[in-house]
Design a protein around this ligand. Structure first.
Ligand SMILES: Nc1ncnc2c1ncn2[C@@H]1O[C@H](COP(=O)(O)OP(=O)(O)O)[C@@H](O)[C@H]1O
Ligand SMILES: [Mg+2]
Length: 249
């Protein structure tokens, strides 16, 4: 059965696109059939994270406008998953057809991951409506949590199953909110905790997910754990050589 999961946050810049591009790679490594979709139609950049050429002939926008079928806008990433980018120039498109156009691929994939826009407007609603499960991405600070609460309410209004919250850019600073505080405020479990790491920006600069660019980084380890959780598979214990590699990279 296909799991369609939208990644939302309320606040922008928390790390949704980074997470979706890396989870695509991690789930593909587990042998899953994965499609990642840029549902951020007004600020498309999943394609940039994944190193797609800027001149892909068709995008999600063309599909939503009814110009082409979904399969025309699917691009294969070399890490073993499919990508549907959004247009970087066209912002005149109604996102609400997303749930209908996805019916072409539902059943053919194990996972469809939708990278959502920030806020709680039309695009975010469209991403939530197109998915059956929602993951909230946030940072360990109050403004991000307050925005996360708003988008959680939106997901609940649409009766979607909110799987939990992924806390990204954790620096373990004293003033950061703890997992417990975040769980209490959001009424959700923290299902992933990803450290802030310089290599993430490096990986985006070279358009290669950190999961591939720096597989032994602590960020990749957390993405891997989350991919196992979503796949319902037990995460392997970190072996001796894995730990050694992590120390030296
Ligand atoms: N774990 C992390 N450590 C360091 N920088 C990060 C991390 N996750 C994301 N970033 C940086 O934060 C910025 C916003 O990330 P992005 O994934 O585009 O957020 P969103 O999609 O939620 O707007 C990017 O510049 C990215 O490099
Ligand atoms: Mg984004």
């Amino acid at each position: 059965m296909t799991q369609i999961i939208s990644f939302v946050s309320g606040k922008g810049g928390v790390g949704k696109t980074t997470l979706v591009s890396n989870l695509g790679a991690a789930l593909a490594q587990l042998g899953k059939q994965v499609l990642v979709i840029d549902g951020n139609l007004s600020g498309a950049n999943l394609g940039i994270h994944l190193g797609l050429s800027n001149f892909y002939p068709f995008s999600l926008n063309d599909v939503l406008k009814g110009n082409v079928s979904l399969t025309h806008a699917v691009y294969r990433h070399y890490l073993g998953f499919d990508v549907i980018p959004a247009s970087m120039v066209d912002i005149e498109v109604n996102p609400r057809r997303m749930k209908y156009v996805l019916s072409d691929v539902v059943g053919k994939k194990d996972f469809i991951l939708i990278d959502s826009a920030a806020g709680i407007d039309n695009e975010v609603r469209a991403a939530i409506e197109a998915s059956d499960k929602v993951i909230i991405v946030t940072n360990p600070e109050l403004p991000a949590i307050v925005d996360a609460l708003r988008v959680k309410a939106l997901a609940e209004k649409h009766k979607r199953d909110v799987l939990g919250v992924v806390v990204n850019k954790v620096r373990k600073e004293k003033f950061e909110l703890t997992d417990r505080e975040i769980e209490e405020m959001l009424g959700l479990h923290v299902i992933g905790k990803i450290p802030h790491h310089k290599k993430v920006r490096e990986s985006i600069a070279i358009k290669n997910p950190i999961f591939s660019y720096s597989p032994y980084s602590p960020v990749s380890a957390e993405v891997k754990k989350l991919s196992h959780l979503l796949a319902g598979e037990e995460a392997p214990r970190m072996g001796f050589w894995y730990k050694i590699n992590r120390i030296f990279r």
